[in-house]
Design a protein around this ligand. Structure first.
Ligand code: ZN
Length: 502
């Protein structure tokens, strides 16, 4: 490593430490902090994030970055330093285009909007949230202007979460996906053999649920020496560095799916972070490369593995031993169908695999209209409900179960939603490649052997961290750009079987 890149690494290391310290405080806030700690914690977090931001945008840092850029200019992208400098330069450029007055106004308005949104949702009162949302929409439209010239006003917004993914490409993919997912949903409803989820909707002891979840993720490869599992209202994964990656879950005493699949989902995120090569630690490359690629990992373990028949060939007998009274007489085939029941639902986070993307496409389309100025905030509830009817055939009884359900718009997270659906597509695309490279993958899973799958992911995805942009990573691994076909094939095959469709 050259001396100038070494200097840049030192500065990035300090910023990394500050951010990791914030992450520890954030983890504590959502797990163990007493309610009285909220005010002091907000100040601690604000101080740390200001220090980290100041260190990043200061002239010293800019000079160090520039020197490092000339030092690595001739190195290939496979080189860690070249990749580190490239990614840092991108983030630096983005930060510098945004005036500090905008940053201050945005953080103030979103901080104000959060409790307003909470109250509006609790009381199903959209007009209460409307003025705050109008301000945030205006601010995000202003934000896009800092990145002119752009092809689409929504491009700079997606780019914050999914580097290098233009709106045009997301639209093209969703346009193929939407009608086919709507059709699949209709087919399961009209021609499918009805599925009962009664087996998973019983009173499952929470301590036993926890034991089972821990046993499962240990076998998947989650390293408890470098992580832990705790409870939180909204499950999440957080990393303080490659050797401390923590997950959380939540338990529903009357529904087995909730904790079980949340735990496997978060474990999937954590396996990604725990699998990054140690030479990238304390740099911005020590994290997943994008939201969609991260979500591809969590969804792969949750759904392609955890909701598959081979997985339950291995684990169902153990679950029956744990819950003999509840599941002793339930056949594997009925249990498998129960965990895969398809049902149009109002709430995105509760949606099954066959309907989930429809919730995302609805949000994506509305966000684009809001940003393009073709939809006014006051018309949002009506536009939301119309699309719910078109795509899912149901109408929310109130706005709390409709347009107000997600937190994202209150923090200005426009451009975030599409990455959830893109993650499903990336997962399917990778899965087809994995099935080629590991021909007996299903047999391995049915024997509870995950080492081969994890090694493949480590080698092709995890170890690189954020070294490659998502498009590059997908090209390297599958030789293709993002495409919806593998996911559609996966859905048709799986739900065709679950619902006996011909
Ligand atoms: Zn996730």
């Amino acid at each position: 490593m050259g001396a100038k890149t070494e200097r840049l690494r030192e500065l990035l290391g300090e910023i990394f430490d500050l951010n990791a310290a914030s992450a520890v405080l954030g983890w504590d806030q959502q797990t163990y902090m007493p309610p009285g700690g909220a005010e002091a914690r907000a100040q601690q977090l604000s101080t740390l994030s200001r220090l980290s931001h100041d260190k990043f945008v200061c002239d010293d840092f800019g000079a160090a970055l520039q020197s490092a850029q000339s030092e690595v200019a001739k190195l290939p992208l496979e080189n860690d330093d070249a990749a580190l400098v490239r990614r840092t330069a991108r983030d630096f450029d983005k930060q510098h285009r945004v005036p500090s007055e905008w940053v201050a106004e945005f953080s103030l308005e979103t901080a104000r909007a959060h409790p307003i949104w909470e109250k509006a949702r609790a009381e199903a009162d959209f007009p209460h949230f409307k003025p705050a949302l109008e301000i945030i929409v205006r601010l995000k439209r202003d934000y896009a202007e800092f990145f002119r010239p752009y092809e689409h006003v929504y491009d700079p917004l997606i780019d914050d979460f999914e580097p290098g993914m233009p709106t045009r490409q997301v639209k093209a993919v969703f346009d193929i996906l939407r009608p086919q997912q709507v059709e699949l949903l209709r087919a399961t409803k009209e021609h499918g053999r009805p599925v009962s989820d009664a087996p998973v909707r019983q009173a499952f002891d929470i301590e036993k649920q926890r034991q089972f979840g821990v046993a499962v993720i240990k076998e998947l490869g989650y390293d408890f020496n470098r992580g832990r599992l705790d409870k939180a209202v909204h499950p999440f994964t957080t990393s303080f560095g490659i050797d401390d990656v923590r997950i959380t879950t939540r338990y529903d005493p009357d529904f087995l799916n909730d904790a079980l699949f949340s735990t496997i989902h978060e474990c999937g995120h954590a396996l990604y972070e725990q699998g990054i090569t140690s030479s990238l630690d304390r740099t911005p490359l020590a994290s997943g490369t994008s939201m969609a690629v991260h979500e591809s990992q969590s969804r792969m373990w949750e759904n392609f593995v955890g909701r598959s028949r081979p997985f339950w060939v291995a684990f169902y007998p153990r679950l029956q031993v744990l819950f003999p009274g509840l599941l002793g007489k339930v056949k594997l085939a009925d249990f498998y169908r129960a965990i895969n029941k398809v049902e149009p639902s109002l709430i995105r986070v509760d949606a099954d695999e066959a309907t989930y993307n429809l919730h995302i496409m609805l949000r994506f389309e509305l966000e684009i209209e809001l940003m393009s100025g073709t939809l006014a905030v006051q018309d949002l509830p009506e536009a939301w409900n119309a699309r719910m009817r078109d795509y899912l055939g149901i109408t929310p009884p109130d706005d709390a179960q409709g347009v107000l359900q997600d937190v994202h718009w209150s923090f200005g997270g426009f451009g975030y939603f599409p990455t959830y659906a893109l993650g499903n597509l990336v997962a399917a695309q990778l899965w087809e490649q994995i099935a080629k490279d590991i021909p007996d993958l299903e047999a391995q899973i049915a024997r509870a052997e995950f080492a081969g799958l994890l090694a493949w992911l480590r080698e092709n995805i995890h170890r690189h961290g954020a070294k490659y942009y998502p498009v590059e990573l997908l090209q390297r691994v599958t030789g293709q750009d993002l495409t919806p076909e593998p996911y559609l094939r996966y859905l048709r095959r799986k739900f065709g079987e679950v619902y006996d469709l011909r």
